[in-house]
Design a protein around this ligand. Structure first.
Ligand code: AMP
Length: 292
């Protein structure tokens, strides 16, 4: 496995692969890898085959964190990530530093925020976009930069970040990136908690209570399946909020029932409606989602 830290070296490699017609699979991450990330790596490999190359990037992108968020404390373990990638058959691990990603902005010392952004203006409005203003413009900008550098034929994202995947698909469509976006299923612990680098922040008691996100999705599924008629979203929301907040460490940030294509909220919930939720468990903000 080759480790690339410079933007120019990554560009040169991608150009070589392109000239030779080597298929490029790409998995962008913020590191502190877990089985969820590795499932995306396997998916990328399936798409590009043995002849292709799989690139994983690790970059904790400052532009998608608000000043009040956990950028400085975001978990990092590069030696472990390297080993996991090597064992998973990754060809290139791209680990650019901030200077590499954000130099050339003309601001000295290096500004961690570019002066050119790529902004998706529709799907990024609600939910994560509302709770974390400027988050998605950070995501779309870094994804656009990474796509330029890696030039993937296929890029794999996780369904765990459902809204992010939808926004990225829209970015690719609107800006004609020649890349196929594949969305891979959420990998969960045996009790249903979605794997996330942020789970590391949870105390033992919080970890136990964090199960409530998955329990909420299950409860909503059961309700929809048991009901002959569509259920008013406001009623189901109150029920889920009540369930979640019986856990002493849990506080709802949002619960949304939405159309899976437009991501717009629906007034009545039925089979096929999507549920997305964000819950603080202690100080840790967890998200999850599922189709009902
Ligand atoms: P992150 O490192 O958290 O930015 O995530 C990098 C990629 O991994 C994103 O496409 C996430 O959606 C995906 N991902 C994170 N957690 C999971 C999971 N539990 N299952 C599947 N994909 C995941």
């Amino acid at each position: 496995m080759r480790i690339v830290t410079s933007v120019s070296a990554m560009q040169r490699l991608a150009l070589q692969w392109k000239r030779r017609g080597t298929p490029i699979g790409f998995v962008p991450t913020m590191g502190y890898l877990h089985e969820g990330h590795l499932s995306l790596v396997r998916k990328a490999r399936q798409h590009v085959g043995k002849r292709g190359v799989v690139v994983v990037s690790i970059y904790v992108n400052p532009a998608q964190f608000a000043p009040t968020e956990d950028l400085a404390n975001y978990p990092r373990d590069l030696p472990r990530d390297k080993k996991l990638c090597r064992d998973a058959g990754v060809d290139v691990l791209f680990v650019p530093g901030d200077k590499q990603m954000y130099s050339g902005t003309g601001v000295s010392p290096v500004s961690l925020h570019p002066s050119t952004y790529v902004v998706e203006e529709n799907l990024s409005r609600g939910m994560e976009g509302e709770s974390r203003p400027a988050h998605f413009r950070g995501v779309t900008t870094i994804v656009a930069k990474l796509f330029h550098l890696v030039q993937p034929d296929v890029a794999v994202f996780g369904a765990k970040d459902f809204q992010q995947a939808a926004v990225v698909k829209r970015l690719v469509r609107d800006l004609n990136f020649p890349v196929k976006i594949v969305v891979a299923p959420t990998v969960r612990e045996t009790d249903g908690l979605a794997l996330s680098s942020r789970n590391k922040y949870l105390s033992a008691a919080e970890r136990e209570q964090a199960m409530v996100l998955w329990q909420s999705i299950q409860l909503a599924r059961q309700a929809v399946r048991a009901s002959r008629e569509a259920i008013p979203a406001s009623r189901l929301k109150s029920e889920l909020k009540w369930l979640i907040e019986t856990r002493p460490a849990a506080r709802v940030d949002y619960i949304e029932f939405l159309d899976p294509e437009t991501l717009l909220p629906v007034a009545r919930v039925k089979r096929g409606t999507h549920l997305a939720l964000a819950v603080f468990v202690g100080k840790t903000r967890l998200i999850d989602n599922g189709r009902l």
